[in-house]
Design a binder for this molecule. Sequence first.
Ligand SMILES: [Zn+2]
Length: 374
Amino acid sequence: MEQKILAYLKEHETEIFEDLKSLVLTEASTSDIEALAKVREKLVMLIKERTGEDSFVYEAENGHCPVRFQYGKGTEKILFIGHYDTVHLIGALKYYTEGNELHGPGVYDMKGGLISAIWTVKAYKDLGIDPGKRLEFIFNGDEETGSAESTDIICELAKDAKAALVCEPCTANGDLKTGRKGLVRFTVRIHGKASHAGNAHKEGINAIEELAHEILAIQKLTDYEAGTTVNVGVCSGGTKPNVVPAEAEIEIDCRVKTAAEGDRIRKAINEIRTTVPGTTREVIERDSKMPMEETEANMALFEKAKICGEKIGLKFSHQFVGGGSDGNEVSALGIPTLDGLGAAGDGAHSANEYILIDQYIPRIAMLASFVLTI
Ligand SMILES: [Zn+2]
């Protein structure tokens, strides 16, 4: 089966790369709503042209409308997840090939993966392969800014899925992603009392002094062995050197491998006792993303993908990576999730983004054969 799919995709290599080019050259960063609509139109058109399926476009208040389509029948469902927004401003990156590298805005993260998903269906259709399950595809337009308008939709679709497959790119060395760190951001604000630093030093309550104690305590919550990092990244406070500062605040970024570690950090930051008498503190939780824990179910999916890869001549392992994706929240629901099933390459979010041309077709063949083993 693997060889049959691979041979089919190789035969259609020219069309696949043409589809990729046309989708990559329809550019839009997450904030460019008008251009994003054009990417969506292009995507809906490609889906129809290649798979014969109509897409459903969700309404979204701020215009980052997710696109959904499905293929195949069955009681079981597999959810494919991807995003059509990129971090690049229009015209910032050129589209060109250099040796085995195909460069372009969003080609690696992750328009390559969208075309992989579409051509998986196209291969099934043309080869008369019945996946035996309902394949559902959800492509959102706000992943790069945290998926505010799509997380609920994705989680709702994932709830009854047998597996969730994230078509984000694999790691730079070709590994799939079986775990992703979660994220919590906090602001800690300290309130003291202002006074004249010369005439009434004793009457003041120094918010910066309190914050200094807290910064040291908070930084110490880092536990590299557990994969937990805590970073006080922004610090501000006070008004003038001759005023005892009444206000001061810090912004904190925490990354965790498990939900339990997230809870430990949350509790510790909330429960810090003030050191400087008279100060009060406020803890505000900003963004948060659940970790995609490296569960047994995620690992079982990886093992299947690995076998399919080997049959096609692809060798890869798996990694627990620092950055998040839409797979995080889905995996946290207990749905077996595997990430990194898109293109191979490097340079996500940089001016040097590219995919490896010779790996592109085999990676699609791996995805298409792997789905049949789930
Ligand atoms: Zn991405």
